[in-house]
Design a protein around this ligand. Structure first.
Ligand code: GLU
Length: 299
Protein backbone atom coordinates (compact mmCIF):
# COMPACT_ATOMS: atom_id res chain seq x y z
CA UNK A 1 0.00 0.00 0.00
CA UNK A 2 1.23 3.45 -0.83
CA UNK A 3 -0.79 6.09 0.93
CA UNK A 4 0.71 8.92 -1.01
CA UNK A 5 -0.17 7.31 -4.34
CA UNK A 6 -0.63 10.22 -6.70
CA UNK A 7 -3.66 9.17 -8.55
CA UNK A 8 -6.56 10.15 -10.65
CA UNK A 9 -8.40 7.03 -9.70
CA UNK A 10 -12.12 7.10 -9.11
CA UNK A 11 -14.31 5.16 -6.74
CA UNK A 12 -17.99 5.45 -5.89
CA UNK A 13 -20.35 5.30 -2.97
CA UNK A 14 -23.44 3.55 -4.33
CA UNK A 15 -26.28 3.26 -1.83
CA UNK A 16 -29.46 1.44 -2.81
CA UNK A 17 -32.38 3.43 -1.36
CA UNK A 18 -34.39 0.33 -0.54
CA UNK A 19 -34.32 0.98 3.19
CA UNK A 20 -32.43 2.86 5.87
CA UNK A 21 -28.64 2.58 6.16
CA UNK A 22 -27.59 0.53 9.15
CA UNK A 23 -24.27 0.15 10.91
CA UNK A 24 -23.11 -2.58 8.55
CA UNK A 25 -23.69 -0.38 5.51
CA UNK A 26 -22.04 2.52 7.30
CA UNK A 27 -18.93 0.48 7.97
CA UNK A 28 -18.53 -0.50 4.33
CA UNK A 29 -19.03 3.09 3.17
CA UNK A 30 -16.56 4.26 5.79
CA UNK A 31 -13.87 1.83 4.63
CA UNK A 32 -14.45 2.95 1.04
CA UNK A 33 -14.27 6.60 2.08
CA UNK A 34 -11.15 6.31 4.23
CA UNK A 35 -9.33 4.26 1.63
CA UNK A 36 -10.23 6.79 -1.05
CA UNK A 37 -9.22 9.85 0.93
CA UNK A 38 -5.98 8.29 2.09
CA UNK A 39 -5.08 7.34 -1.45
CA UNK A 40 -6.34 10.47 -3.09
CA UNK A 41 -9.07 8.83 -5.16
CA UNK A 42 -11.97 10.84 -6.49
CA UNK A 43 -15.27 9.81 -4.87
CA UNK A 44 -18.54 9.76 -6.80
CA UNK A 45 -21.95 9.45 -5.22
CA UNK A 46 -24.34 7.25 -7.17
CA UNK A 47 -27.85 6.55 -5.99
CA UNK A 48 -28.88 3.09 -7.19
CA UNK A 49 -32.55 3.91 -7.36
CA UNK A 50 -33.64 1.94 -10.36
CA UNK A 51 -37.35 1.81 -10.55
CA UNK A 52 -38.23 -1.21 -8.53
CA UNK A 53 -40.86 -1.91 -5.95
CA UNK A 54 -38.12 -2.05 -3.35
CA UNK A 55 -37.03 1.58 -3.71
CA UNK A 56 -38.46 3.76 -0.92
CA UNK A 57 -39.12 7.40 -1.78
CA UNK A 58 -37.57 8.71 1.44
CA UNK A 59 -34.50 6.50 1.50
CA UNK A 60 -32.24 8.31 -1.01
CA UNK A 61 -32.26 11.60 0.86
CA UNK A 62 -31.94 9.83 4.17
CA UNK A 63 -28.87 7.92 2.97
CA UNK A 64 -27.26 11.20 1.94
CA UNK A 65 -28.16 12.85 5.24
CA UNK A 66 -26.88 9.87 7.25
CA UNK A 67 -23.55 9.74 5.43
CA UNK A 68 -23.03 13.48 5.72
CA UNK A 69 -23.92 13.33 9.39
CA UNK A 70 -21.14 10.79 9.86
CA UNK A 71 -18.72 13.10 8.07
CA UNK A 72 -18.43 11.14 4.83
CA UNK A 73 -18.03 13.40 1.80
CA UNK A 74 -17.83 13.00 -1.98
CA UNK A 75 -16.61 15.04 -4.90
CA UNK A 76 -19.51 15.14 -7.33
CA UNK A 77 -23.19 15.88 -7.47
CA UNK A 78 -25.37 12.84 -6.85
CA UNK A 79 -25.88 10.71 -9.98
CA UNK A 80 -29.14 8.78 -10.05
CA UNK A 81 -29.63 5.56 -11.94
CA UNK A 82 -33.28 6.48 -12.43
CA UNK A 83 -32.09 9.28 -14.76
CA UNK A 84 -29.95 7.02 -16.88
CA UNK A 85 -32.41 4.67 -18.57
CA UNK A 86 -31.27 5.70 -22.07
CA UNK A 87 -27.68 4.65 -21.41
CA UNK A 88 -28.81 1.24 -20.15
CA UNK A 89 -31.15 0.83 -23.10
CA UNK A 90 -28.26 1.51 -25.50
CA UNK A 91 -26.09 -1.07 -23.77
CA UNK A 92 -28.85 -3.65 -23.92
CA UNK A 93 -29.44 -2.90 -27.61
CA UNK A 94 -25.79 -3.56 -28.22
CA UNK A 95 -25.97 -6.92 -26.48
CA UNK A 96 -29.06 -7.83 -28.51
CA UNK A 97 -27.36 -6.76 -31.75
CA UNK A 98 -24.27 -8.80 -31.02
CA UNK A 99 -26.39 -11.84 -30.16
CA UNK A 100 -25.18 -11.85 -26.58
CA UNK A 101 -28.65 -11.25 -25.15
CA UNK A 102 -31.81 -13.21 -25.90
CA UNK A 103 -35.43 -12.86 -24.84
CA UNK A 104 -36.74 -15.13 -22.11
CA UNK A 105 -40.28 -15.67 -20.84
CA UNK A 106 -39.54 -18.05 -17.98
CA UNK A 107 -41.03 -17.45 -14.57
CA UNK A 108 -38.99 -18.04 -11.45
CA UNK A 109 -40.94 -21.25 -10.95
CA UNK A 110 -40.15 -22.51 -14.47
CA UNK A 111 -36.50 -21.98 -13.76
CA UNK A 112 -36.55 -23.74 -10.43
CA UNK A 113 -38.40 -26.71 -11.83
CA UNK A 114 -36.14 -27.08 -14.85
CA UNK A 115 -32.94 -26.49 -13.04
CA UNK A 116 -30.96 -29.67 -12.71
CA UNK A 117 -28.23 -27.92 -10.79
CA UNK A 118 -28.63 -28.10 -7.03
CA UNK A 119 -29.32 -24.71 -5.51
CA UNK A 120 -26.27 -23.07 -4.16
CA UNK A 121 -26.38 -21.78 -0.65
CA UNK A 122 -26.64 -18.18 -1.84
CA UNK A 123 -30.02 -19.05 -3.41
CA UNK A 124 -28.95 -18.16 -6.89
CA UNK A 125 -30.24 -20.68 -9.36
CA UNK A 126 -28.35 -21.01 -12.60
CA UNK A 127 -30.68 -20.41 -15.52
CA UNK A 128 -30.93 -23.67 -17.46
CA UNK A 129 -31.17 -21.95 -20.85
CA UNK A 130 -34.80 -22.86 -21.64
CA UNK A 131 -35.43 -19.86 -23.89
CA UNK A 132 -32.02 -19.65 -25.45
CA UNK A 133 -32.24 -19.57 -29.24
CA UNK A 134 -36.02 -19.96 -29.18
CA UNK A 135 -37.28 -16.52 -30.19
CA UNK A 136 -36.21 -13.95 -32.70
CA UNK A 137 -37.31 -10.95 -30.70
CA UNK A 138 -38.86 -10.00 -27.40
CA UNK A 139 -42.15 -9.14 -29.10
CA UNK A 140 -42.23 -12.51 -30.84
CA UNK A 141 -41.59 -14.25 -27.51
CA UNK A 142 -44.43 -12.30 -25.94
CA UNK A 143 -46.83 -12.94 -28.79
CA UNK A 144 -46.17 -16.65 -28.84
CA UNK A 145 -46.39 -17.16 -25.10
CA UNK A 146 -48.58 -14.33 -23.82
CA UNK A 147 -45.96 -13.65 -21.16
CA UNK A 148 -43.76 -10.63 -20.57
CA UNK A 149 -40.24 -11.11 -21.88
CA UNK A 150 -37.01 -10.34 -20.09
CA UNK A 151 -33.50 -10.42 -21.49
CA UNK A 152 -30.77 -12.84 -20.59
CA UNK A 153 -27.14 -12.62 -21.40
CA UNK A 154 -25.29 -15.62 -22.75
CA UNK A 155 -22.36 -17.06 -20.94
CA UNK A 156 -20.47 -20.11 -22.20
CA UNK A 157 -22.06 -22.35 -19.63
CA UNK A 158 -24.92 -20.45 -18.08
CA UNK A 159 -26.64 -17.14 -18.63
CA UNK A 160 -26.16 -14.57 -15.93
CA UNK A 161 -28.39 -11.59 -16.03
CA UNK A 162 -31.81 -10.48 -17.04
CA UNK A 163 -33.76 -7.37 -17.52
CA UNK A 164 -37.41 -6.99 -16.67
CA UNK A 165 -39.72 -5.03 -18.86
CA UNK A 166 -39.16 -1.30 -18.41
CA UNK A 167 -36.36 -1.71 -15.93
CA UNK A 168 -32.69 -1.99 -16.65
CA UNK A 169 -31.09 -5.01 -15.03
CA UNK A 170 -29.14 -4.03 -12.00
CA UNK A 171 -25.92 -5.60 -13.20
CA UNK A 172 -26.16 -3.92 -16.56
CA UNK A 173 -26.79 -0.53 -14.96
CA UNK A 174 -23.83 -0.85 -12.63
CA UNK A 175 -21.49 -1.87 -15.44
CA UNK A 176 -22.61 0.95 -17.72
CA UNK A 177 -22.38 3.50 -14.92
CA UNK A 178 -18.99 2.38 -13.69
CA UNK A 179 -17.60 2.59 -17.21
CA UNK A 180 -19.20 5.90 -18.17
CA UNK A 181 -18.41 7.49 -14.84
CA UNK A 182 -14.78 6.39 -15.02
CA UNK A 183 -14.92 4.27 -11.87
CA UNK A 184 -11.79 2.16 -11.62
CA UNK A 185 -11.78 1.09 -7.96
CA UNK A 186 -14.81 -0.55 -6.39
CA UNK A 187 -15.00 -1.14 -2.65
CA UNK A 188 -18.10 -2.92 -1.37
CA UNK A 189 -19.44 -5.68 0.84
CA UNK A 190 -18.42 -9.24 0.07
CA UNK A 191 -22.09 -10.14 -0.36
CA UNK A 192 -21.56 -8.67 -3.83
CA UNK A 193 -18.63 -10.89 -4.73
CA UNK A 194 -20.92 -12.92 -6.92
CA UNK A 195 -21.84 -9.77 -8.84
CA UNK A 196 -18.23 -9.18 -9.76
CA UNK A 197 -18.13 -12.15 -12.13
CA UNK A 198 -21.34 -11.03 -13.82
CA UNK A 199 -20.16 -7.48 -14.09
CA UNK A 200 -16.80 -8.44 -15.53
CA UNK A 201 -18.50 -10.65 -18.09
CA UNK A 202 -20.88 -7.87 -19.16
CA UNK A 203 -18.08 -5.37 -19.28
CA UNK A 204 -16.14 -7.58 -21.65
CA UNK A 205 -19.14 -8.20 -23.90
CA UNK A 206 -19.77 -4.46 -24.08
CA UNK A 207 -16.06 -3.78 -24.67
CA UNK A 208 -15.99 -1.16 -21.97
CA UNK A 209 -12.29 -1.33 -21.30
CA UNK A 210 -10.23 -2.78 -18.49
CA UNK A 211 -12.00 -4.05 -15.41
CA UNK A 212 -11.96 -1.93 -12.30
CA UNK A 213 -10.07 -3.12 -9.29
CA UNK A 214 -12.44 -4.79 -6.80
CA UNK A 215 -12.17 -4.84 -3.02
CA UNK A 216 -14.80 -6.89 -1.22
CA UNK A 217 -15.04 -6.17 2.49
CA UNK A 218 -16.38 -8.79 4.93
CA UNK A 219 -19.75 -7.80 6.37
CA UNK A 220 -20.95 -7.04 9.86
CA UNK A 221 -23.10 -9.83 11.26
CA UNK A 222 -25.23 -10.36 14.33
CA UNK A 223 -24.15 -12.80 17.08
CA UNK A 224 -25.92 -15.54 15.10
CA UNK A 225 -23.47 -15.09 12.23
CA UNK A 226 -26.14 -13.79 9.87
CA UNK A 227 -25.74 -10.52 8.02
CA UNK A 228 -26.76 -7.55 10.17
CA UNK A 229 -30.49 -6.92 9.71
CA UNK A 230 -33.67 -5.97 11.53
CA UNK A 231 -33.74 -9.21 13.49
CA UNK A 232 -30.65 -7.99 15.36
CA UNK A 233 -32.42 -4.87 16.65
CA UNK A 234 -32.65 -1.39 15.29
CA UNK A 235 -29.19 -0.45 14.00
CA UNK A 236 -30.30 2.19 11.52
CA UNK A 237 -28.16 5.32 11.57
CA UNK A 238 -31.34 7.40 11.55
CA UNK A 239 -32.47 5.63 14.71
CA UNK A 240 -29.25 6.47 16.55
CA UNK A 241 -29.44 10.05 15.28
CA UNK A 242 -32.94 10.37 16.66
CA UNK A 243 -31.80 8.99 19.99
CA UNK A 244 -29.11 11.65 20.18
CA UNK A 245 -26.14 9.29 19.72
CA UNK A 246 -23.26 11.39 18.39
CA UNK A 247 -21.42 10.67 15.14
CA UNK A 248 -18.22 10.47 17.24
CA UNK A 249 -19.66 7.53 19.08
CA UNK A 250 -20.74 5.76 15.91
CA UNK A 251 -17.32 6.39 14.34
CA UNK A 252 -15.68 5.06 17.49
CA UNK A 253 -17.65 1.85 17.20
CA UNK A 254 -16.93 1.59 13.49
CA UNK A 255 -13.21 2.12 14.19
CA UNK A 256 -13.41 -0.84 16.56
CA UNK A 257 -15.21 -2.83 13.87
CA UNK A 258 -12.46 -1.95 11.39
CA UNK A 259 -9.80 -3.34 13.72
CA UNK A 260 -8.41 0.16 14.34
CA UNK A 261 -8.90 0.18 18.09
CA UNK A 262 -9.24 -2.63 20.59
CA UNK A 263 -11.65 -0.84 22.88
CA UNK A 264 -14.77 1.27 22.55
CA UNK A 265 -14.21 4.99 22.52
CA UNK A 266 -15.35 8.07 20.66
CA UNK A 267 -13.49 9.24 17.62
CA UNK A 268 -13.82 11.93 14.97
CA UNK A 269 -13.20 11.61 11.26
CA UNK A 270 -9.74 13.24 11.19
CA UNK A 271 -8.55 10.89 13.96
CA UNK A 272 -9.98 7.93 12.13
CA UNK A 273 -8.33 9.04 8.90
CA UNK A 274 -5.04 9.28 10.73
CA UNK A 275 -5.11 5.76 12.13
CA UNK A 276 -6.82 4.03 9.23
CA UNK A 277 -4.91 0.96 8.17
CA UNK A 278 -6.48 -1.47 5.76
CA UNK A 279 -4.27 -4.31 6.92
CA UNK A 280 -6.03 -4.19 10.29
CA UNK A 281 -9.45 -4.77 8.75
CA UNK A 282 -10.63 -8.14 10.07
CA UNK A 283 -10.59 -10.74 7.33
CA UNK A 284 -13.68 -12.34 8.81
CA UNK A 285 -17.13 -10.92 9.45
CA UNK A 286 -17.33 -8.61 12.46
CA UNK A 287 -20.00 -9.27 15.04
CA UNK A 288 -22.34 -6.57 16.28
CA UNK A 289 -23.37 -7.74 19.75
CA UNK A 290 -24.95 -6.38 22.94
CA UNK A 291 -21.69 -4.79 24.03
CA UNK A 292 -21.60 -2.74 20.83
CA UNK A 293 -25.22 -1.73 21.26
CA UNK A 294 -24.67 -0.73 24.90
CA UNK A 295 -21.68 1.38 23.98
CA UNK A 296 -23.85 3.34 21.56
CA UNK A 297 -26.96 3.71 23.64
CA UNK A 298 -25.89 3.66 27.29
CA UNK A 299 -23.18 6.28 26.88
N1 GLU B 1 -26.05 -0.42 -4.37
C1 GLU B 1 -25.43 -1.61 -3.91
C2 GLU B 1 -25.80 -1.86 -2.47
O1 GLU B 1 -26.15 -0.93 -1.76
C3 GLU B 1 -23.93 -1.55 -4.02
C4 GLU B 1 -23.52 -1.73 -5.41
C5 GLU B 1 -22.04 -1.88 -5.63
O2 GLU B 1 -21.25 -1.45 -4.77
O3 GLU B 1 -21.67 -2.41 -6.67
O4 GLU B 1 -25.78 -3.00 -2.05
Amino acid sequence: MNDSELSTRTTRLAPSPTGALHLGNARTFLVNYLLARRRNWRILMRMEDLDSPRVKPWAAQQAIDDLQWLGITWDTTVARQSDRGAAYRDALDELVRSGDAYPCVCSRKDIQQASAAPHRDDHITAYPGLCRGKYESASQAEELTGRPAAWRVRVDTKPVVFRNEGMAGYQLAVVVDDAQQGVDVIVRGDDLLDSAARQIHLRRLLKLGPEPEYWHVPLVTGPDGRRLAKRHGDTRLSHYRQMGVSPRRILGLLAFMCGLSDQFGEMDMPELMEIFDLSKLPANPVIFDDACESFLTDG
